[in-house]
Design a binder for this molecule. Sequence first.
Ligand code: B12
Length: 462
Amino acid sequence: MQIEHVAGLRQSSNPDLILVNSPLRDYDKRPKDDYEVLPPLGLAYIASKSARRGHNVGLVDAEHHGIGQSTIANIVNALNPRFAGINVLTPARPQALSFAKNLDQNIPLIIGGSHATSLTEKTLREFALVHEKVILIRSEAELAVTAILDGQDVHSIPGAFWLNKGNMEFTPGLSVPNNLDELPILNRKFLDNDPSIDYRTGMHESRVLTSRGCPFDCTFCAGARSSLSLDVRNRGVESVASEIKGLLVDSGIQSVRFMDDLFMSSEKRTRSILEALRKTGVSNLYWDATGRASILAKFNSSFFDYLKENGANEFAMGIESGSERLRKRINKQVSMAEIEKSLVELTKRGIKVKGYFIIGLPTETKEETQSTIDLARNLTQKYPGFFNGSIFIFRPYPGTQEWKYLINEGYNEEELLSMRAEGIGELARSAVLTSQKFSEYSPDKLSSLLMQYDEWKKNFFI
Ligand code: B12
């Protein structure tokens, strides 16, 4: 049994909960390609909160270790915890279902995550078909899962859903933490790959969340304001600084990646985090973060200098499309002028930019697909070594405005869900392919354009 893959579990007492980060692909069939994934911070937060209450929790990162779903079920069955839990993301849904089927029917299964939150009833019912005891928790679940482990009746836990004689019942509301500082600092004993060496920079890196939620409302994103209906919540800057200081002292990290939906939300917030780090005695720390061209473009040049002086290394930002019409359609609210301005300011100071693009958006014409690929190429050539464009093929996620649009257009829900998390080699890192056609180009054509682009990009990045 691969017990070494169960992070954080104490051997001295029986397990209360084993959490599983669902594998994106079926690794029982084909071993995982050689690529790195980032750690499942949400699951580790659930584990940290429950462990703080004294529960014995373990986390199996099946995606990181490339463990197939039947093997994970064997691991969990052998440990025989009081509860098992698995996250359901849309591309990982088949693997999560198959795990549920292979899980010992006497072990109650808690499910949650983005897909379960958006398609609650359907998800609950399909898991209940393969497992006898299923509880679904909508949205952020640290408080709800801890309450279940504490022995609280699920009928009293807001956001809990279950089936009673075939009827769905639930407790109204959500158990979402309003004050993030009431959650414990993330306990990294639950993460096998954090800190870890960042394959791009060779630095010893940790990933940190300083906020939750996004104020913007992009039509393709399940984390968008209207999809999640949650307010943006910020952690206190002292808590962030003390987490990072702890990582420096205990693990000797050299860099931090801020994984918030939107880290660079304002000059004030960013400054206050960097000042708190300075006051805590953190220096010589490199950091990467999520940003937005419309916000970055409004910063003045001295603030860009300040960012560079204080360790800014790389910003990830969604550019999404080369077509003005499509950027408007997806409600991106970012102009070409803002993209250009932020790229110039960042790259001339040596701050790198990771640009994200989507091709195959609903209503996208062939010319628009081409304009997106051209834009990614042009920016890569214009800022060589400093701009790295990653292109993804559009995939609709439940709960998003694009999902609703496609359902209204007559697309079949089952077919929309049956997208394949395939792709080999380089594409295995990111590709979730679709057999559905939403744009003028066919899915196969989009895949081949993407492969050509990735091949071309090797001239600039290894
Ligand atoms: C950071 C991020 C990543 C990171 C890190 C992912 C990770 N391993 O945690 C990276 C870049 C690696 C990533 C990859 C992917 N991501 Co992502 N990611 C995000 C992002 C921006 C923030 C996630 C986050 O950390 N939130 C903060 C933490 C605290 O919340 P959380 O992770 O959601 O966890 C909470 C709840 O969901 C819930 N919960 C989670 N798991 C479980 C399990 C149980 C049992 C329970 C009860 C509850 C529960 O409780 C948690 C604690 O409060 C979200 C957008 C968003 N706002 O949701 C997209 C998002 C979650 N990602 C998404 C997707 C699709 C992916 C990929 C599948 C993309 C791909 N390659 O095809 C991969 C999957 C990789 C994997 N299996 O780990 C989608 C999910 C949509 C869907 N319906 O499936 C989102 C919503 C973005 C979008 N496109 O709309 N992602």
